[in-house]
Design a protein around this ligand. Structure first.
Ligand code: 5AD
Ligand code: SF4
Ligand code: FES
Length: 348
């Protein structure tokens, strides 16, 4: 197929061409091409990130999300600084080289508390990713100075009117401002989208992919939208696995050097979802290392995997899956090659 051949050669496509790939009758050649690009540019290593979900309290009200503030059915929790640091230590003992701290938008963790946590975790010689939502430039600056290496903030969709409809009270401009600030502060920046949102077309997803290429992001997390029954979008029935996988594969064709996780949400819709993702462009997996009762309480969408397993079970499970796929576990911190490239350009 010549669009795929062009992408393999130039890693550049226009919006119409991307839309065509997203609508292919048979996506097998797209997946195979993404796998070739992944192998050539980022190799066979799969980088693991230990995910710590430290608070499910959120002041936002995104229509799609199970943690939205109006969902009164959620039992809310916050972990203490010491509990969070302990989970990071445990992650290190399981062999993780990176931990990701994720939470709802919870102002309880102010700059002082976060600085304390970040410094303690950095003293463990781990790479540290934050995923705490929208903050001020000043807050992002403080976290960065305390030692945070990376930040994840999905754009969710680049369709401004769709974004503001789905995230009431939030502004698309502020989301862009956050991503710009994070880049300026020298973070390794991850963004991403949900594929299959109600009101989102393939055209719109093509714009999202081009947005990420132009920013440019160092990492792109792409997952299917999954309807949560206790949200206003609870009735949406579509299965979005296929569109998410296609979006991810095209993203790899156009951004050969970035990190792409095989997202947990993919496996919620398909029992081999992460394996399929790893064979269609992905090179990262983010197993959950949160322990205890709260592990079941961070439910953005239904069908979340691994809520009944322990971090140690997941560590073994994911290692087996990666090896069975003929891949190896990343030995280093798994810094995005796109980030290394970006930094080298800056110093030229
Ligand atoms: N389905 C899939 N992904 C979701 N997220 C939130 N709610 C859902 C849902 N219902 C994603 C958003 C957010 C990330 C942490 O989880 O993209 O950025
Ligand atoms: Fe809060 Fe994030 Fe869920 Fe929106 S997607 S309600 S910001 S946790
Ligand atoms: Fe958790 Fe397989 S990664 S059970």
């Amino acid at each position: 197929m010549d669009i795929i051949e062009k992408a393999l050669k130039d890693h550049s496509l226009n919006k119409t061409e991307i839309t065509e790939l997203l609508r292919l009758k048979d996506a097998a050649p797209l997946y195979a091409a993404a796998d070739v690009v992944r192998k050539k540019y980022v190799g066979d290593e799969v980088h693991l990130r230990g995910l710590i979900e430290f608070s499910n309290i959120c002041k936002q009200n995104c229509l799609y999300c199970g943690l939205r503030r109006d969902n009164k059915k959620v039992k809310r929790y916050r972990l203490s600084a010491e509990e969070i640091i302990k989970l990071a230590e445990n992650a290190k003992n399981y062999g993780y080289k990176t931990v990701v701290l994720q939470s709802g938008e919870d102002s309880f963790y102010d700059a002082d508390k976060m600085t304390y946590i970040i410094k303690k975790i950095k003293a463990l010689d781990l790479a540290l990713t934050l995923s705490l939502g929208e903050k001020t430039f000043e807050e992002y600056r403080i976290y960065r100075e305390a030692g945070a290496d990376r930040y994840l903030l999905r754009i969710e969709t680049t369709d401004k009117s769709l974004y503001e409809r789905l995230d009431p009270g939030m502004s698309f401009e502020n989301r862009l401002r956050c991503l710009k600030d994070l880049k300026e502060l020298g973070y390794e920046v991850g963004s991403g989208i949900m594929a299959g949102l109600p009101g989102q077309s393939e055209d719109s997803i093509a714009e999202d992919i081009l947005f990420m290429k132009n920013l440019p992001v160092h990492m792109a997390g792409i997952g299917p939208f999954i309807a949560h029954p206790d949200t206003p979008l609870g009735e949406e029935k579509k299965n979005n696995f296929e569109i998410a996988l296609r979006t991810m594969a095209v993203t790899r064709l156009l951004m050969p050097l970035i990190n792409i996780p095989a997202t947990t949400a993919m496996e919620a819709l398909d029992k081999d979802g992460r394996l399929k993702a790893l064979q269609s462009g992905a090179n990262v997996v983010m197993p959950n290392v949160t322990e205890g009762e709260v592990r079941k309480l961070y439910i953005l969408y239904p069908g979340k995997i691994c809520t009944g397993e322990t971090p140690s079970v997941c560590r073994g499970c994911i290692e087996n899956k990666i090896k069975a796929a003929g891949r190896s576990i990343g030995l280093g911190k798994g810094v995005s090659k796109a980030y290394v490239y970006d930094k080298s350009e800056e110093t030229l």
